[in-house]
Design a protein around this ligand. Structure first.
Ligand code: FE
Ligand code: FE
Ligand code: ZN
Length: 274
């Protein structure tokens, strides 16, 4: 069995997200820690966060997978953007303690011309400033499509980030099916992909899946999501990914272009596979 859910809006608060997830048939969900295209954050009411955690416990939810804003880039060539990004990450890691023990997923970043090595160095130095020993959150590096100067297209780059981070034991990986497909990992041979993941990163680091189709062929380095079975990743291939014994127990988050009804349909489809 896997946990299944989608991205939800936090605009009506935390408990409302949990209730919305239940309505859609979900038993996990993702949410942005703050405005995904800006960076402003709403204050979290601890009682609201507690209510969500109670509801999640009662309904046996899997781990929740929060997502950092898209504007965060820890390895921009521009120092002010790196500063702004580091501050958001620091604050969000504190905010995540309102919901203890969950996941915070982020895009490693785009080196914007500095080269991957320099970018990885900057990401590690930011993580070394932001992570703290008493945090209960596991921070997830998302596998990327390799669009532009994105870091995290290869498992080797993610490994290098883990190795360069003092609290690397608190890092995990969120595998995005659209991104790794676009990045050149052939999901039609998912066991081989997992073998490689295990060899380079270690399967125990795999904590969450972003479950998406892709509008582009494998290796396109594009990053455009499709609904399940509607893009170039065959539905049977996605089904085999979800059913793979080595990913059971993980939260599968849909980031497909859908309205609520569409998400409820995809969640029901995934449930029918078990
Ligand atoms: Fe993402
Ligand atoms: Fe994703
Ligand atoms: Zn994407």
């Amino acid at each position: 069995m896997i946990y299944t859910g989608n991205h939800l809006s936090s605009s009506k608060g935390y408990l409302a997200m949990g209730q919305n997830a239940l309505k859609l048939g979900a038993d996990t969900f993702a949410f942005f820690t703050r405005n995904p295209r800006g960076g402003s954050a709403k204050e979290i009411r601890q009682s609201d966060a507690d209510d969500l955690m109670r509801l999640a416990g009662e309904h046996h939810f899997g781990p929740l997978v929060a997502h950092s804003p898209y504007t965060m880039n820890l390895c921009s060539a521009k120092e002010d953007i790196r500063e702004f990004s580091l501050n958001m990450l620091k604050e969000d890691l504190v905010r995540m303690e309102a919901t203890p023990g969950q996941y915070l997923n982020f895009h490693p970043g785009s080196h914007t011309g500095q080269g991957a090595e320099k970018g990885i160095e900057q990401i590690c130095s930011a993580l070394n400033e932001a992570l703290f020993g008493s945090m209960t959150t596991t921070v997830l590096l998302e596998t990327m499509a390799g669009k532009g100067s994105e870091i995290g297209r290869t498992f080797e780059e993610l490994r290098a980030i883990i190795d360069g981070t003092v609290l690397g034991s608190r890092l995990g990986v969120c595998l995005d099916t659209c991104h790794i497909w676009d990045g050149g990992y052939d999901l039609q041979h998912f066991d081989r992909v997992l073998d490689e993941f295990d060899r380079i990163i270690g399967l125990d680091r795999l904590k969450a899946i972003h479950f998406n189709g892709s509008l582009n062929p494998c290796g396109a380095a594009k990053d455009r999501h499709a609904r399940l079975g509607e893009g170039l990743i065959d539905l049977q291939v996605l089904k085999a990914v979800a059913q793979n014994p080595r990913v059971q127990g993980l939260p599968f988050i849909l980031e497909t272009p859908n309205d609520d009804e569409g998400y409820a349909r995809e969640i029901a489809l995934m449930r029918s596979w078990f």
